[in-house]
Design a protein around this ligand. Structure first.
Ligand code: G1P
Ligand code: ZN
Length: 560
């Protein structure tokens, strides 16, 4: 097999966002566009590149197969020693992380635009994960981006044709050097890991029912994303869940036209079915399997902020943590602070990091973090270095099996012990970039005014006093690196918060995210609707950013 060097031109804008490079499929299909970015990833590996082993796989969306083919040829030509590729190019994001760690590879290339829609007219994405299994940190993604700005050529071995549909090892010789492509089962290693972590026998008893307890009925919705194949193996084969309880479990290139994002808006089918009351629990996952949504009987919604806090409170039930101990907790900055309260009570260290899973990695590698979460339906632990949807669902089931309570009872007990952090997020998707920038500039100007601190802001009969306000920056406690401009924060004296951020995962336009949180310790409030409790604060937030005025929108596109 011979290697050729292809002349290329620079494409603007190949800067990875919160989670990799995400663009419309049509953008990736431009001549050399994908190749440029893949070459930049490999070049950025530097000394590690020659003879390296990399994992390759994606969420099954449109263009994954073409991208895998290109990666195989470019990797071969660049001296990579071995690629481990999921069958049909399919691997969930948590599975890639699992494989990188298990086979101690130099990293992996994940082909996904996560929860963004798929298909020829929708989105694609490429993300690099490092040898710890986690998303590349800023210094690596910046280096990749710099390389894309000056790239002149890339190397490829155009004659390589590997059938990725069959599990098989291919031994090739490229330019005189050995090059191996191992097409593996997409699910095996991940299932093995889950079985090490959780008490499968007791989860199985819960799901099958026993003489002392009726069957715990679950409904799983994979939204036609990658988790379908994992769900069928783990829940179907291993745990005996019947087919009718697993829906949309065929991964489709366009996710069946669905928006594969597990929230109340996009997983409405699941929510509506569970609302009928036959199921004890509903769960949904996103396109690449790292996000999850958990609901209880009659669609009792567990906010991600609460979900991670409840897991934190009961983590010692899970066999994995009985072995490793609980090293620390963390959440992303906009995520409600419910887990902080658990940490304080249990005297466990708790960290706040910027938005994006990559910020948890260093803490985990340093042995200071066991469990973490983001309000954006991300929950996970140090078993890998990605958030993990199926892991979260199994963690809940393991805890339910042990506590023998409903999800609603578990939540209510939790609030009695710790109080309740009411949380909501408003998304204004696809705004004009200028409009979104005006909102951010408006807030930033106001909060920078020295007199802003101490200001009383009111809405209806509620008055909030500003304690602190800033543009959030974070210093990584492990390597000292600093991430600035991570979101505008208005922190009130009573602990309530308003946060404004622009999304870093969109493929076009701008999405404003508005996060609003307040804490209540009065049990009479616990059953109230979050929107009702947070209404005054939301009103203040909308006014402060002049959101209606600048965006022309009367309402957000998604409320969670
Ligand atoms: C969003 C979420 C963030 C998550 C990321 C990747 O990023 O807000 O928590 O880590 O997707 O799943 P954003 O679009 O806000 O930059
Ligand atoms: Zn995802």
């Amino acid at each position: 097999m011979s290697v050729v060097e292809i002349q290329t031109k620079v494409y603007e804008g190949q800067k990875p966002g919160t989670s990799g490079l995400r663009k419309a499929v049509k953008v990736f299909q431009q001549e050399h566009y994908t190749e440029n970015f893949v070459q930049a990833i490999l070049t950025a590996l530097g000394d590690q590149l020659t003879g390296s082993t990399l994992i390759v796989g994606g969420d099954g969306r449109y263009y994954v197969k073409e991208a895998v083919e290109k990666i195989i040829r470019i990797a071969a030509a660049n001296g990579v020693g071995k690629l481990i590729v999921g069958q049909n190019g399919i691997l969930s994001t948590p599975a890639v992380s699992t494989l990188i760690r298990k086979y101690k590879t130099q990293g992996g290339i994940v082909l996904t635009a996560s929860h963004n829609p798929g298909g020829p007219n929708a989105d694609f994405g490429i993300k690099f994960n490092c040898d710890n299994g986690g998303p590349a940190p800023d210094n690596v993604t910046n280096q990749i981006y710099e390389l894309t700005k000056s790239i002149k050529s890339y190397k490829t071995a155009p004659n390589i044709n590997i059938d990725i549909t069959k599990i098989q090892t291919h031994n090739l010789v490229v330019d005189g050097k050995s090059f191996v492509v191992d097409i593996i089962d997409s699910v095996d290693d991940y299932v093995a890991l889950m079985k090490e972590i959780f008490d499968f026998p007791s989860i199985k008893t819960l799901l099958q029912g026993s003489s002392s307890r009726p069957k715990f009925q679950i409904l799983i919705d994979s939204l036609h994303g990658v988790t379908g194949i994992y769900v069928k193996r783990i829940f179907g084969l291993e745990l005996g869940v019947d087919d009718a309880s697993m829906v949309h479990v065929e991964p489709l290139e366009d996710f069946g036209g669905l928006h594969p994002d597990p929230n109340l808006t996009y997983a409405a089918d699941l929510v509506n079915t569970v609302r009928n009351g036959t199921h004890d629990m509903g769960m949904a996952f996103d396109g690449d399997g790292d996000r999850n949504m958990i609901i209880g009987k009659k669609a009792f919604f567990v906010t991600p902020t609460d979900s991670v806090a409840v897991l934190a409170a009961h983590l010692d039930i899970i066999p994995y943590f009985q072995k490793t101990g609980i090293k620390g907790y963390a959440r992303s900055m906009p995520t409600g602070a419910a887990i902080d309260r658990v940490a304080a009570k249990k005297k466990v260290e708790c960290f706040e990091v910027p938005t994006g899973w990559k910020y948890f990695g260093n803490l985990m590698d340093a042995g200071r973090l066991s469990l973490c979460g983001e309000e954006s339906f991300g929950t996970g632990s140090d078993h890998i270095r990605e958030k993990d949807g199926i892991w979260a669902a199994l963690a809940w089931l393991n805890i339910i099996a042990k506590l023998n309570k409903s999800i609603e009872e578990i939540l209510k007990d939790h609030w009695i012990t710790y109080g309740r952090n009411f949380f909501t997020r408003y998304d204004y998707e696809n705004c004009a970039i200028e409009d979104a920038s005006r909102v951010m500039a408006e807030v930033e100007t106001k909060i920078q005014d020295p007199s802003f601190k101490g200001t009383k802001l009111s809405s209806g009969n509620k008055v909030y006093v500003v304690g602190e306000a800033d543009n959030y920056s974070y210093k990584d406690p492990i390597d000292g690196s600093v991430a600035t401009k991570q979101g505008l924060r208005v922190l009130f004296e009573d602990g309530s918060r308003i946060i404004y951020r622009l999304s870093g995962t969109g493929s076009s336009g701008a999405t404003i995210r508005l996060y609003v949180e307040s804490y209540e310790s009065d049990p009479t409030t616990f059953d109230k609707d979050a929107q009702e409790i947070l209404k005054p604060l939301v009103g203040i937030a909308l006014d402060l950013g002049k959101i209606k005025e600048f965006t022309g929108r009367n309402a957000p596109t998604v409320i969670t």
